[in-house]
Design a protein around this ligand. Structure first.
Ligand SMILES: O=c1ccn([C@@H]2O[C@H](COP(=O)(O)O)[C@@H](O)[C@H]2O)c(=O)[nH]1
Length: 245
């Protein structure tokens, strides 16, 4: 395994959207040896809890805990403290919670780090507009005027001003986020669909190659891998496409 492959595989975040630890572990076995990031979202975390996250860390994976916290600042601060104690590498909040809430998340991280010197600071990122949100939904259903891109940039700037490390957005917006917030501001981009694959409920999609060319720091891929008859081949083909980009 060469360095370029390792680096690119580390930018692939596989979404372990499963109902239980047993099924998630079956995928881990399939993907054994591929040095990708693993994402634990609500479905798996509510079923398998912190033990599953610890198991992933013991196996040597980088872990993104995708619980999208959105609550009053005091509650988010406590949540961020607990998540940091779990030893994850990345977690998120909703930018729509506002800057006071996002700053409180950072305070929770600091509190955990100060109490245990063995902990490393996780990347803290904020969801801008979900990749399942399209222009019509934003304007007509949710009632927010302007373009999706305007809303994403506004949230990205708010997130950066609150001291977070980056945002979750569509890969379609990675370039404009880099222009507004600089290239070091992390972009984590779900809604990735290899050519010809089913879009499902995602509205703002790009292929893995387009996302890397567009400047995404990380891409998040779930069903194109987990729903494939050959998940390992699907993951390898995505990494190959990322490398070729
Ligand atoms: O805006 C967002 C935020 C998070 N997600 C999560 O990413 C994966 C995508 O899974 P696919 O199966 O590849 O669609 C999933 O876990 C979402 O919860 C997102 O899609 N969009």
């Amino acid at each position: 395994m060469n360095e370029a492959y390792k680096e690119m595989a580390g930018r692939l975040i596989v979404a372990l959207d499963y109902p239980d630890a047993h099924q998630a572990k079956a995928l881990l076995q399939e993907l054994e040896g591929i040095p990708c990031y693993m994402k634990v979202g609500m479905q798996l975390y509510y079923a398998a809890g912190p033990d599953f996250v610890r198991d992933l860390k013991t196996r040597g994976y980088k872990v993104f805990l995708d619980l999208k916290m959105h609550d009053i600042p005091n509650t988010v601060k406590g949540g961020a403290e607990s998540i940091t104690r779990l030893g994850v590498d990345m977690f998120n909040v909703h930018a729509a919670g506002g800057s006071e809430m996002m700053k409180a998340a950072m305070e929770g991280v600091d509190k955990a780090l100060q109490s245990d010197a063995s902990l490393r600071k996780p990347l803290v990122i904020a969801v801008t507009q979900l990749t399942s949100t399209g222009q019509d939904m934003l304007n007509q259903e949710i009632g927010i005027p302007g373009t999706v891109q305007d809303a994403v940039i506004r949230y990205a700037e708010l997130t950066q001003a609150a001291g977070l490390d980056g945002v979750v957005a569509s890969a379609q917006e990675s370039g404009m986020i880099a222009e507004a917030c600089g290239k070091d501001f992390v972009t984590v981009t779900p809604g990735i669909r290899p050519a010809g694959s089913d879009q499902g409920d995602q509205k703002r999609v790009l292929t893995p190659g387009e996302a890397i060319r567009g400047g995404s720091t990380y891409i998040v891929v779930g069903r194109p891998i987990t729903g494939s008859e050959e998940p390992r081949a699907a993951a390898e083909s995505i990494i190959k496409e990322m490398l070729n980009a």
